[in-house]
Design a protein around this ligand. Structure first.
Ligand code: NDP
Length: 330
């Protein structure tokens, strides 16, 4: 079977990455167990890097980007999936090492898919997408380390108006935590309060790394910024505070000291959504379906047609996207 479909295809000429929409057929798709009709994808920070040829994330061109998608199974050589099943894919280096969700058809390994969680439709699942899934993994990491809404204090979310940050603020607030949201954009303050933030912090207040310890402020933190922000946040953690490190929107370095670990027993937990094991994925999606307030998810979501995605890829790298970008692939 070789249905024709549209896809955004990246190519590389003279080390410059170019993008164009092409008509492909299913014969063009890479090998895999499951053929999926992609309905929705999203724009994550990593998609922005890939669309702009940054970070050497894509090594082989031509390439179809899109690190996540939701859609419907067309055919499957694996017994787990049958035509008509609704599925979700995040991670596994799809959209970077394998063709991704910016085409109307995708062929992938069955192991990379999860069934669409009960309680979410395909568009809602991608309004959450990789970024929101990562936020839930970060919340689960804080819980596993004993952080609880019963504790006295706030959980800090950095890069709060971005994709990971917005969903993290919303989940934490719904779970009963007091949430401090750090942002560099004054125009997002009302939006962050609507998502449940009780305190708003200017992100410029979180960059001083000159002292290894500062006054204790946070019981937990979810950081999507890295660099001086993460180093500063570590120095402000309360005794036995826990930081979930998710991202590097401000830089991949960590210019701090080990003093917060040694004198306050601070714990720094890494969050990886890409190779996350299946059982954890299922648990995270079940919780997202139950615990993320859908009205807040809607407020955090901007819908964009796939044909219009390119300028948004530049905006996300400049930190100019509020919340989540849902890409309409059909
Ligand atoms: P977004 O661009 O939507 O959000 C990032 C936010 O970080 C921005 O909105 C902005 O928030 C803040 N920010 C941007 N630049 C800077 C800067 N120079 N200094 C300080 N703050 C800055 O991206 P995503 O939410 O999609 O991703 C966030 C990060 O998480 C990325 O680094 C991404 O690669 C990573 N990530 C990691 C995953 C994992 O598995 N570990 C999975 C998904 C994402 P504001 O305007 O509020 O200040």
């Amino acid at each position: 079977m070789s249905d024709a479909f549209r896809a955004l295809v990246l190519d590389q000429n003279d080390k410059k990455v170019t993008a164009e929409f092409r008509n492909l057929t299913t014969d063009d798709l890479p090998d895999g167990d499951v053929l999926v009709r992609v309905k929705w994808s999203t724009l994550n920070y990593k998609d922005g890097m890939i669309l702009n040829g940054l970070g050497r994330l894509v090594r082989t061109y031509p390439h179809v980007p899109g690190v996540d998608f939701s859609g419907e199974v067309v055919s499957s050589s694996e017994a787990r999936y049958k035509p008509g099943d609704e599925v979700v894919l995040t991670g596994w280096r799809v959209g970077e090492a394998h063709w991704g969700g910016y085409g109307q058809m995708a062929r992938v390994k069955a192991d990379w898919l999860v069934p669409l969680p009960e309680g979410l439709d395909a568009a809602q699942a991608m309004s959450i997408g990789t970024a929101g899934f990562t936020s839930m993994l970060a919340v689960m990491a804080l819980e596993e380390q004993g952080i609880s809404p019963k504790q006295d204090g706030e959980v800090l979310v950095t890069g709060a108006a971005g994709g990971v940050g917005s969903v993290a603020v919303s989940i934490l607030s719904a779970l009963g935590y007091r949430v401090a949201a750090s942002t560099g954009r004054a125009e997002t303050h009302a939006y962050l309060r609507d998502l449940g933030a009780t305190t708003i912090i200017d992100r410029n207040e979180l960059t001083d790394t000159s002292k290894p310890l500062l006054a204790e402020r946070w019981i937990g933190a979810i950081d999507s910024v890295g660099s001086t922000t993460l180093a500063h946040v570590l120095s402000e953690m309360k005794y036995h505070g826990v930081v979930a490190a998710c991202g590097l929107a401000g830089g991949a370095d960590l210019p701090g000291t080990v003093i917060p670990f040694l004198l306050r027993g601070v714990r720094l937990i890494g969050i990886d959504s890409v190779m996350c094991p299946y059982a954890t994925r299922i648990r995270a999606w079940e919780r997202l379906a139950k615990e993320l307030p859908i009205d807040q998810l809607n407020a955090a979501t901007t819908k964009v047609a796939l044909r219009d995605v390119m300028p948004w890829g530049e905006k996300i790298l400049k930190g100019q996207i509020k919340g989540r970008l849902l890409i309409d692939v059909q």
